[in-house]
Design a protein around this ligand. Structure first.
Ligand code: KG4
Ligand code: ZN
Length: 342
C-alpha cells in the first residue's frame, strides 16, 4: 500500500511567488521538503515602501511558470509523475495575486487529473514548524501566529480544530515592526532591519510603555508605536540602533508573555510560533529559553519557513486532504478568507 502523498503547492497571496514539492510519509509521520522555491518581489516594492497590489499581480504572472518549473526540476519530477495533489493559497491576501496561484494550480490539477486543494494562508503558517524532522507536534498546542497582516494566539486542539485565545486589537506585530522601521527611514520590509540593528543597540535606552494591558490575552501595538515616534521627535540625537533594540525588546516581551499565558490557560503540551515575525532572533531566543525553563516542548520553524513560502502550504494541504479529502473544484480565491476557529 502507498504510504506517501506528494503535493505541488503554490503560494502567491502577497509579494512572494512560491512553489514547493512536499512529500508526507504516513508511516514515518513526517514531511520531506523535496523543493521550496521562493521568488521575492521585495526589491520591486521597496521603492514604494510597501506592497503595491497591481504591481504584485503582474510580477506573479511573469514569474509563476518559471517558479513551478524550478520546483519540479529540483527533485527531478516531470509533470504528473509522482504528484498526488496540487494546492494553492486561496486566501486571505491580495485578490489579483491569489488568482494567479489558484488559476495555475487548478490548471495543473486538471491537466494531471489529480485533486485541487485550496488552503488558508494562515493555516499554512501554522504548519511551517511541522516541516522539520520531528513531524507534527503533540496537542493541545498553543501557537502565536504573528505576521505582517495578523497577530493571533490560537489553541490547536487537533488538525483543523482551532480555538482563538487572543489577538491584536490594532496593528499586527509585523506591521508595527514595519511602521517603526519606516519612521526610522529603514528599508522595507522593516522587521528584518530592526532585528539586524537591534544587535548593536541598547534595549534599555528608550523608555516605552508596556504593550499589553488587562487580563485577557489580547495585544495592542499602537501605543508603543506612537511612543517610539514621540520619543524620536523629542530626542533627535537617539540612534536608530537604540530605538530598534528598545522597540524590539518591548514587542518581544509582550509576545512571549502572551504565548506562555496562553500555554498556562490551556495546559499546552507544545508551544509554537509562526508567521514572518517568528523569524525574529530575539523572539526565537526568548521562546526557546522560556520553554526550556518550564520543561515544555516547543516548535520554532526554520527561519526560511517563517516568511511566506509554499512548503508550509503543501504541509497544510496534505494534512487537510488526508483528513477531509479534496476541496470543491469550484472553490475560488477569497481576499478576506477567515481561518475557522471556535
Ligand atoms: O508572514 P509574512 O512573510 O507575510 C504575511 O503573511 O504578512 O510576514 C511578513 C512580516 C513583515 O511585517 C516583516 O517585517 C516581518 O514579518 N518580519 C520580521 C522579521 N522577518 C520578517 N519581523 C521581525 N523580525 C524579523 N526578523
Ligand atoms: Zn504570511
Amino acid at each position: 500500500m502507498k504510504t506517501d502523498t506528494t503535493v505541488l503547492a503554490i503560494e502567491t497571496s502577497c509579494d512572494e511567488t512560491a512553489c514547493a514539492v512536499i512529500k508526507y510519509d504516513s508511516l514515518m509521520k513526517r514531511y520531506f521538503t523535496l523543493s521550496s522555491v521562493v521568488s521575492s518581489q521585495i526589491d520591486i516594492h521597496a521603492i514604494y515602501g510597501g506592497v503595491v497590489p497591481e504591481v504584485a499581480s503582474r510580477a506573479h504572472v511573469e514569474r509563476i511558470d518559471g517558479v513551478i518549473e524550478a520546483a519540479l526540476s529540483e527533485p527531478g519530477i516531470s509533470g504528473d509523475q509522482g504528484i498526488d495533489l496540487v494546492a494553492a493559497t486561496a486566501g486571505p491576501g491580495l485578490i489579483g495575486a491569489l488568482l494567479v496561484g489558484v488559476s495555475a494550480a487548478k490548471a495543473l490539477a486538471f491537466a494531471w487529473d489529480v485533486p485541487f486543494i485550496g488552503i488558508n494562508h494562515l493555516e499554512g503558517h501554522l504548519f511551517a514548524s511541522f516541516l522539520d524532522e520531528s513531524g507534527p507536534p503533540e496537542f493541545p498546542a498553543v501557537v502565536l501566529l504573528a505576521s505582517g497582516g495578523h497577530t493571533i494566539l490560537l489553541e490547536i486542539v487537533g488538525p483543523g480544530d482551532y480555538h482563538l485565545l487572543g489577538q491584536t486589537l490594532d496593528d499586527a506585530a509585523g506591521e508595527a515592526f514595519d511602521k517603526v522601521a519606516r519612521y526610522l527611514g529603514l528599508s522595507y520590509p522593516g522587521g528584518p532591519e530592526i532585528d539586524r540593528l537591534s544587535k548593536i543597540g541598547n534595549p534599555k535606552s528608550v523608555p516605552l510603555p508596556r504593550v499589553m494591558t488587562g487580563h485577557n490575552l489580547d495585544l495592542s501595538f499602537s501605543g508603543v508605536k506612537t511612543a517610539v515616534i514621540r520619543y524620536v521627535d523629542a530626542h533627535p540625537e537617539v540612534t536608530n540602533a537604540d530605538v530598534a533594540a528598545s522597540f524590539q525588546d518591548n514587542a518581544v516581551l509582550a509576545l512571549t508573555k502572551r504565548l506562555f499565558e496562553g500555554a498556562d490557560r490551556i495546559g499546552a503540551k507544545t508551544v509554537m510560533i509562526a508567521g514572518g515575525v517568528a523569524a525574529n532572533s530575539l523572539l526565537r531566543e526568548s521562546v526557546e529559553k522560556e520553554s526550556k525553563r518550564r520543561g515544555l516542548a516547543y516548535r520554532i520553524p526554520n527561519r526560511k519557513d517563517c516568511t511566506d513560502n509554499a512548503a508550509m502550504i503543501g504541509a497544510a494541504a496534505i494534512w487537510r486532504y488526508l483528513d477531509l479529502g479534496p476541496s470543491d473544484p469550484f472553490m475560488g480565491a477569497k481576499s478576506n478568507m477567515k481561518l475557522s476557529y471556535r
